[in-house]
Design a protein around this ligand. Structure first.
Ligand code: PRX
Length: 653
């Protein structure tokens, strides 16, 4: 996505405005716009007030300690996230309230109350201790969308173990890389799950990953709790069943007092090198932002039924499926499967069935629904909905309007939320009871968040186009990259010095101060809202014996936002055939995971390079997008581009 994309040019001229309705504003958790000025006048005081919404075992001594680019929040304070998610709800009416309503792909439903979840978490926390896990140990979680995944996270948090969740769609190689990087001692996985009716043999994949890890001592295997068990092998002495280890475990386990700055979790995300970054989040500040954004952005009330469709393998699943909703005592839906299984109206069926009131999904899903037709949502009663959310990628105004009309019945506010794995929680979006929403526009920074546009020199641009930066630390900011603080400094705080967090996105800002986020400006793609590094895909391609060299770029895609276009040169006298093309795509899917499968692979006799040998991706992007070529004067061999372009056009038709 580039700033000269015509769709986003139009955004600056967006004139449709949607102020909050009187009814919504009257009941909203935030009704008064003066919150922005109050937070800006005293950001630390604002966050301190927000922190008081949580239970602390001991109060903090300092609110913020900023030694650029490293920050500490709420130092001296101790708390436990699992306590805040569970224990503190048990004394009142939330005790028997549904925490999660899980629905399987084939329609089985399981509901777990706060009390039940508490007991299960305590039992599993005790089981983890028995398996030798203690505070600070790393635990890898490789699970499909099931209640046990949330139990695993909360059990780790309860005893102070650090979880590292790996999306269950990732390959064995991706899992072992992540396990090795943070030296996880234990892996929690499942026998299998369902995805579009297909069995996903998760334990088999985990076993394959474990062939190249050295730190794992035990594997806990969850048997999918409903339906037939999936066959899998258990390794004597290493592997144990979840239901066996919790059977006799005590349902009481005191929550470990954690320092506000103790690590809560590591979550790997793609960067500009081939190696994913282990983003480190800590306990106190992260919880404060999760709590605040649930209340302010999703406007969660006691009687709401909230559904965030993200997988727990991504940051959205961490903050807005598990920690945020549970801290605020919400009832959430968790769905096991795909939006189009068994029918393309599965989401709307679930909204109607569970009377969902707050719904949070990704633009890629919205665009797919648009394609599948207006009649599908129209078939279902969506009148329970009162707020809609969008996350993960820019939402184009057409998709925004469709969401507004066909899902929100022109009644529900839409919060388009910009944030990142690194920010831990939502940074930019409107407040639904206060802000006038505009299609395709994320809105203003959240109260207390100093998001700004800056120019190439780091100077603030009040409106216009620029780079998205955050000029002041916020509580849920990543603290470092696991095992590589240098990379942390280099990636986020080197371009304009250690005080300015550079997000890696380009954006525009209008005169009202609202942001339109355009997309990544680095070598990171955003495919269906998933971050994928071009280098990761390139490494997977050159890993294939037929490939000599590869260059990967993003190409605009109607549904996915971006699709992966790969250019490859082959070794020796290998020739590209349709079979080899398919094999290369499959190879990438096998090395990384199906989400990284290229849409198009183009054979090239040579790749366009500068005289110093650097691949000119800018030109490849132009070719992939079918655009006029940018400056080619630095190209070593201009003929390469002409031949490439000819081949690409022929292939793409
Ligand atoms: O490019 C931005 C895009 O997603 C990136 C962050 O990806 P990840 O860390 O995987 O987190 C995704 C879920 C929070 C950002 O750098 N992005 C995220 N939300 C939006 C967005 N782009 C435009 N509008 C959004 N609302």
């Amino acid at each position: 996505m580039t700033s000269d994309s015509p769709v986003f040019e139009d955004l600056l001229h967006e004139e449709r405005e949607f102020p909050p309705s009187k009814d919504f504003a009257a009941q909203a958790n935030v009704r008064d716009g003066s919150i922005y000025e109050r937070a800006e006048a005293d950001p630390e005081g604002y966050w301190e007030d927000r922190a008081k919404e949580l239970d602390w075992f001991t109060p903090w001594k300092t609110v913020m300690n900023w030694e650029p680019p490293h920050v500490k929040w709420f130092e001296g304070g101790t708390l436990n996230v699992s306590h805040n998610c569970l224990d503190r709800h048990l004394d009142g009416p939330r005790r028997n309230k549904a925490a999660f309503i899980w629905e399987g792909e084939d329609g089985d439903v399981r509901t777990v109350t706060y009390l039940q979840l508490h007991r299960e978490v305590c039992r599993f926390a005790n089981a983890l201790k028995d398996l030798g896990i203690s505070k600070g140990d790393r635990v890898a979680i490789y699970l499909p969308m099931m209640i046990e995944a949330t139990v695993a996270m909360l059990a780790c948090a309860r005893i102070g173990a650090i979880h590292s969740i790996v999306f269950a769609g990732f390959s064995p190689d991706s899992l072992s890389d992540r396990i090795n990087d943070s030296e996880c001692k234990l892996l929690i996985t499942a026998d299998g799950g369902y995805r579009r009716g297909q069995v996903v043999a998760l334990k088999d994949a985990a076993d394959k990953a474990l062939e190249s890890t050295h730190s794992i001592e035990h594997v806990v295997v969850v048997k999918r709790p409903v339906g037939e068990p999936f066959p899998c092998t258990m390794q004597e002495g290493r592997d144990v069943w979840y239901h066996d280890v919790i059977r006799d475990a005590s349902p009481e386990c005191p929550a470990e007092p954690m320092d506000a700055e103790d690590v809560l979790f590591i979550l790997y995300t793609s960067g500009t090198t081939g190696k994913p970054k282990g983003i480190v989040h800590t306990t106190g500040g992260y919880s404060v932002v999760a709590q605040t954004t649930m209340q302010y952005v999703f406007d969660v009330h006691e009687e709401d039924v909230y559904w965030c469709t993200a997988d727990i393998g991504w940051i959205t699943g961490h903050t807005y499926v598990v920690y945020g909703p549970l801290q605020t005592g919400a009832t959430s839906v968790i769905y096991e499967g795909a939006p189009n299984w068994p029918g393309n109206d599965r989401f709307w069926e679930l909204v109607a069935k569970h009377r969902v009131t707050l719904f949070y999904t990704a633009p890629t899903a919205i665009r797919a629904f648009m394609k599948w037709g207006d009649d599908l949502p129209a078939k279902h009663d969506l009148s329970s909905l009162r707020l809609l959310g969008s996350v993960g990628e820019p939402i184009n105004p057409e998709a925004w309007m469709w969401y507004h009309r066909h899902i929100g019945s022109e009644r529900c506010p839409i919060v388009d939320t910009w944030w990142q794995t690194e920010t831990g929680g939502i940074m930019i979006t409107g407040l639904p009871g206060v802000t006038t929403m505009k299609p395709g526009c994320a809105g203003p920074p959240m109260p207390g968040i100093a998001a700004e546009l800056v120019d190439e020199k780091g100077a603030v641009v009040p409106h216009g186009a620029g780079l998205l930066a955050i000029l002041r630390p916020w509580p849920s900011m990543l603290r470092t990259i696991w095992g590589d603080d240098e990379r942390y400094v280099e990636t986020y705080f080197s371009r304009f010095g250690p005080e300015i967090y550079v997000a890696g996105d380009g954006a525009k800002r209008d005169k009202a101060g609202d942001f339109m986020v355009l997309g990544r400006i680095d070598d990171v793609l955003n495919v269906s809202g998933h971050r994928i590094g071009t280098m990761e895909v390139e490494s997977a391609l050159v890993d294939h014996p037929a490939v000599a060299e590869s260059a990967v770029v993003g190409k605009t895609h109607e549904v996915k936002g971006q699709a992966i276009a790969a250019f490859v040169t082959l070794v020796g006298d290998r020739e590209m055939t349709p079979e080899l093309n398919d094999e290369l795509k499959a190879h990438v899917a096998e090395k990384i995971g199906a989400i990284a499968r290229p849409d198009a692979i183009l054979y090239a006799a040579d790749l366009p390079k500068t005289r110093s040998g650097k691949i000119m991706r800018r030109l490849l992007r132009d070719i992939a997008e079918g655009r006029a070529l940018g400056d080619t004067t630095t190209l070593a061999d201009p003929a390469v581009v002409d031949s490439l372009r000819g081949e690409y056009e022929e292939k793409e038709g």
